[in-house]
Design a binder for this molecule. Structure first.
Ligand code: MEV
Length: 427
């Protein structure tokens, strides 16, 4: 079935997209010289029906399994929630559990600014941009009617066009007239809905502006769809005032320095992207929105804030755009995403966004606490050691034994793991 990779390989494979996943896999195996074990591994699509996988994206040959863990101890707006998280990174789920445990008594409080998405229509070569802006704004009723006509189901669910904005952007090729359609997309992430509206409106906007329209697409800077969470960790519950002050100082470092803020926010996204992925939502959309929002002042900064409240406790909060949905795309059709949504028990996109914001805050709290005290390597290495043990070939009970010995010897390395495994097997 497989053949060694030849030197005259061509990536131009006519009709590749029309083949079945299995036939594509055989071709790829021949091209790349995969061995039988690799082919068998890729052919096993686990709990995702190959027919469905083949519909989700193009040119499918296999699936990629990522562990789904569940964060415990989360109480959000007075309600206990178990949060499924899909991630390949060790410590991420544990970090959320630990942070939530230390604030379980009161839990997290959350809110959202709305479900509004923005679609942009770019007009160029406009002779009178200021006049064009006013002409487009005059058409608000017509624009609303056209947008709502694109999606009667959305309108029947209480969503649809909400607002209109026209911005003038100075660019090297002249002033662009950029129209924002602001649409309530309810429980959908909304990309399809608003992109359809933008495309529909484009010819009219070209006519009203007297220019030419190029791009018609949503903005991932969904700053009218903000999710917020806050929590107060009692100083006594987190190791005292020194720990509290270390966390505040870590936050102030991120707030002041983009180099640190990038890592700080990466930690937040460890939690956020894991829930976004587990629920079949678009991780890249959420990540783009989060980082753009973090730079909204003109300088990239922290998505969270930490302060000492009047009682001497640690008051923490997060605010970021969270464009997630419960309908459409993988959220609706991927069985793992459906099951994860069932675990969460959410019935609205708003509730999902609120939970995700709380997870981001919990994740960040744990990272800052570890960094401001023992450092992250101690906890991280214990879990990382298990991965290294498995990579070295440990199986079953060997994994824990090898991992423990690696940590004891303070040497979590592949070469050491191989030697330790030999020792363990020799015993
Ligand atoms: C590692 O994936 C995430 C951290 O680097 C986050 C942070 O530094 O705040 C630990």
């Amino acid at each position: 079935m497989t053949s060694a990779a030849g030197s005259n390989r061509s990536s131009r494979i006519a009709g590749f997209h029309k083949l079945s996943p299995r036939d594509r896999l055989d071709l790829v195996a021949g091209f790349a010289g995969l061995d039988e074990a690799q082919v068998a591994h890729l052919a096993n699509m686990g709990n995702l029906d190959p027919m469905l996988a083949d519909k989700l994206i193009e040119n499918v040959i296999g699936t990629m399994n990522i562990p789904v863990g569940v964060a415990t101890n989360m109480k959000i707006d007075g309600e206990d929630v178990l949060v499924p998280m899909a991630t390949e990174e060790s410590s991420v789920v544990a970090a959320v559990c630990n942070a939530a445990k230390q604030v379980y008594e009161t839990g997290f409080f959350t809110s959202v600014s709305g479900n509004l998405m923005i679609a942009q229509v770019q007009a160029v070569d406009v002779a009178d941009p200021a006049g064009a802006r006013i002409r487009i704004l005059e058409k608000r009723d017509e624009i609303k009617a056209a947008c709502d006509a694109c999606d009667p189901v959305l309108v029947s669910l209480g969503g649809g066009f909400r607002d209109l904005e026209v911005r003038l952007l100075d660019t090297p090729s002249g002033t662009m007239v950029v129209t924002h359609l602001i649409v309530d997309t309810r429980d959908a992430m909304g990309a399809n809905a608003v992109n359809t509206m933008a495309e529909k409106l484009a010819p009219s906007i070209a006519a009203w502006s007297g220019g030419r329209v190029y791009l018609r697409i949503l903005s991932n800077l969904a700053d009218r769809r903000l999710a917020r969470a806050r929590a107060v960790w009692k100083a006594a519950d987190i190791g005292g005032e020194a720990v509290r002050d270390g966390i505040v100082s870590a936050y102030e470092f991120a707030a002041a320095d983009p180099y640190r803020a990038a890592t700080h926010n990466k930690g937040i996204m460890n939690g956020i992207s894991a829930v976004v992925l587990a629920t079949g939502n678009d991780t890249r959309a959420v990540e783009a929105g989060a980082h753009a929002y973090a730079a909204r002042s003109g300088r990239y900064s922290s998505l969270t804030t930490y302060e000492v409240d009047k009682d001497g406790n640690l008051s923490a909060s997060i605010e970021l755009p969270l464009a997630v949905g419960l309908i459409g795309g993988a959220t609706k059709v991927h069985p793992t995403a459906r099951a994860c949504l069932a675990i969460l028990g959410v019935t609205t996109a708003e509730r999902l966004a609120r939970i995700i914001a709380a997870v981001g805050l919990a994740q960040n709290f744990s990272a800052l606490k570890a960094l401001a005290t023992t450092g992250i390597q101690k906890g991280h290495m214990a879990l990382h050691a298990q991965n290294i043990a498995m990579m070295a070939g440990a199986v079953g009970e060997e994994i824990d034994r090898v991992a423990r010995l690696l940590v004891e010897r303070a040497s979590v390395r592949m070469d050491v793991a191989q030697k330790v495994l030999e020792e363990v097997r020799g015993n």
